[in-house]
Every structure is written in C-alpha cells, then in structure tokens.
Design a protein around this ligand. Structure first.
Ligand code: PLP
Length: 373
C-alpha cells in the first residue's frame, strides 16, 4: 500500500461497537478485571496503555515500518525514556547539531544517570568512525538536523554503528515518515516529536519511538514509560491520529512552499546563507535526494549584519509568527540562539523558519518586506 493510503487507513478500522468511522476517545483511567483477576482486554490502567493510544501506535508503526511503536506525552519524554532504557554505563555518540533539549539532557542529566556523551559531526562518516569508542552503545543523529538542516547519510552511519555493536537512533521530526524511512535505511529506532508535523496544528504535544525490532530495548522503554509516567493522555493520541490522516498532503505543501522560499532567500542580497537541503548548493543535497522523498518544510537563514539585523528581520515579519516550535499550518520564525539557554550554540545571525501552508507568494512578500534592501 502506498504511503498516502496508509496514512488515511492505518489504525482506522471502524469502531467495533458502534461502526463509528472517527475513532472513539477512551478516557477511562482504569479497566475492569475478570472475577478470576485476569484482564479480559489486556488493559489495566491508562498510564500503562489505553485503547486510543494503541490505535495510534498501530498507525505509527505502519507508517515507519516499525515492529513496535510507543507514544509519549512529549518528544522529550520519548528521548529521555530511550536514553534511560540503554544499558547502565552506556556511552552515546550524538550528532553535534542537535535539538538543544536533547543536548541539555546529555550535558546535565547524563552524569546522574551514569551515561556519558560524545559529540561528532555526523555528516562526516570518517569522523563518526573515529569517534566510536569501545563502550559506545548508541549513535544518535537528526536528519535533517535542528537548526542547521544538516543531512546525515543514515544507511552509512547505520552500517558503522552496527559494525561496532551500537544502535542507531534517528530523530526524524523534521522529515516525518512521509519524507524519510530511517528504519528501512538501517536505523534501529526513529524518534518523532509528534508535537510538530504529525499533530500538524500546533495544538497537541506528543512523542514517538518507533522500533525496528520488538526487542529488549523496546520492552525497557515500555517499562520506563509506565514507571516514570511519561505517558500521554488519550486525547493527545486521538489528535495525533487525526493529524496523520492529512500528513502526506500537508508535507507536500510544506515542501513546495519551503523550496520557493529557499530559492527566494538564496538570491537575496541581505541573506548570507540559506540552510535548506533542497538547494543544490547544500552540502547534504545529494544524500538528501537519495534518502528523502522531498526536502521538508524547515529552513534556516543567516542574515547579513549579525544578531541585531537578524532580530530586526524577525521583528518586521507580519505573517510569520515569532514563536518556537514548528510543523503547524502557520509559518513561524525563531531566533534560535535566544532560546538555547545560557550557552547558545546556534549562530547569532540565524533565523529558523517553519514554512506553513499559507500561499508561498504571501510568505515571500512578507520576507521581502522584512529583509528590505
Ligand atoms: N526533537 C526535535 C528535532 C525537536 O525539534 C524537538 C522539539 O522542538 C524535540 C525533539 C522535542 O519534542 P517536544 O517539544 O515534543 O518535547
């Protein structure tokens, strides 16, 4: 079945009790035991599992070609759970350009958790090979990465990790399963912040771990979700399931608009650099063209004139809301260095754009007036 068809139908069987096509939301926190104590439906308590979430997880597994899918309250809950599910004493090799929340976990929480972290430019397979240490249990990359839109050759890094006995985790939030299938390329786990494109409307938080195998790591992650309580509420699962139905259509439009905006920005004299893998000049373009169906709706630009010039451009935009997050219908602009805490790593003149579903001509006109020149 083709992806568009799966997105509409996965986890979409009519409700067995009523025939309803829109799935019911089961809000019950608790489920009845049989007189002999067994669980007739395999369900006991909402924090462990619930029917709405199970429907969503079936759909998510189908879309990523996963054997096991786990849904969480947020993308960070998914990330923290996976890291805590690694064997005690593990070393994790992270891509250097990394969502700043995950970097903060590595820097501030790892010592308490007994884990250690290294950072590498994962766009360079030789650098990854050199950075793998005897106790590296996991390689963790984002492709495209946040916020520099770097592209990692997933199949090559999976081979390197596996030859070393390590697992490969790919944060596929920017690409979504509509554009990229990391498990088919050899990754062991895909992480998504469902808060972004999967939900798609800036009104729900969620996180996803999709596992290539229903193995001990997946089982430990299930236990940690249950015991640490990173479970989502059923309404969040329902909203994300609804979002999946239109994911391919929205992604096609996000990609088409982002490509036009990237072309416009690349030719603008006030713009120093555009980071968009769809541009032929992007260093990861060839790999992206090979491993992605399209190049996504996210891009970053570096504005001539430094931090103040970048902030002024963001302040002059009218259609783009100046706000964090991404993947909704509305376009967003964000000065990343301002939200990265006391030690920002993003260039001070960098603005990240989440290209929404408005008409591309309107977005370009807004950028043109804000950039001036
Ligand atoms: N991964 C990436 C690439 C992200 O951009 C984000 C959030 O912005 C996360 C993970 C964390 O997701 P959440 O905000 O849903 O916890």
């Amino acid at each position: 079945m083709r992806f568009e068809t799966l997105a509409v139908h996965a986890g979409g069987a009519p409700d067995a009790e009523t025939g309803a096509l829109a799935p019911p939301i089961h809000l019950s926190t608790t489920f009845e035991h049989a007189p002999d104590g067994h669980l007739p439906h395999g369900l006991i308590y909402q924090r462990y599992d619930n029917p709405t979430q199970q429907r969503l997880e079936a759909a998510l597994a189908a879309l990523d070609g996963a054997r096991r899918s786990l849904f969480f309250a947020t993308g960070m809950a998914a990330a923290a759970t996976l890291l805590q599910a690694l064997p005690a004493g593990s070393r994790v090799l992270f891509q250097r350009d990394l969502y700043h929340g995950v970097r903060a976990l590595a820097q501030h929480e790892f010592p308490r958790w007994g884990l250690s972290a290294d950072f590498v430019d994962a766009t360079d397979p030789d650098a990854v090979r050199t950075a793998l240490r005897p106790d590296t249990a996991c390689v963790w990359v984002e492709s495209p990465s946040n916020p520099l839109l770097q592209i990692v050759d997933i199949a090559t890094i999976a081979e390197l990790a596996h030859a070393h006995g390590a697992r490969l985790v790919v944060d596929g939030t920017f690409a979504t399963p509509a554009l990229q299938q990391p498990l088919a390329l050899g990754a062991d786990v895909v992480l998504h912040s469902a808060t972004k494109y999967l939900g798609g409307h800036s009104d729900v938080m969620g996180g996803v771990l999709n596992f290539a195998a229903a193995d001990d790591l997946a089982a430990r992650a299930w236990d940690i979700r249950k015991l640490h309580g990173g479970s989502a509420n059923p309404f969040a699962a329902w909203l994300v399931l609804r979002g999946l139905r239109s994911l391919p259509a929205r992604m096609a439009m996000h990609c088409a608009h982002a490509r036009r905006v990237a072309d416009f920005l690349a030719a603008h004299p006030q713009v120093e650099t555009v980071h968009y893998p769809g541009l032929a000049t992007h260093p990861g373009h060839a790999v992206a063209a090979r491993q992605m169906r399209d190049f996504g709706g996210m891009l970053s630009l570096q504005v001539r004139g430094g931090r103040e010039a970048a902030l002024a451009v963001a302040g002059r935009l009218r259609l783009f809301h100046n706000a964090t997050s991404l993947g909704g219908c509305e376009s967003l602009v964000e000065h990343r260095a301002s939200v990265e805490g006391p030690q920002p790593v993003s260039p001070q003149n960098l603005l990240r754009l989440s290209i929404g579903l408005e008409h591309a001509d309107d977005l370009i006109a807004d950028l043109a007036q804000a950039l001036g020149g």
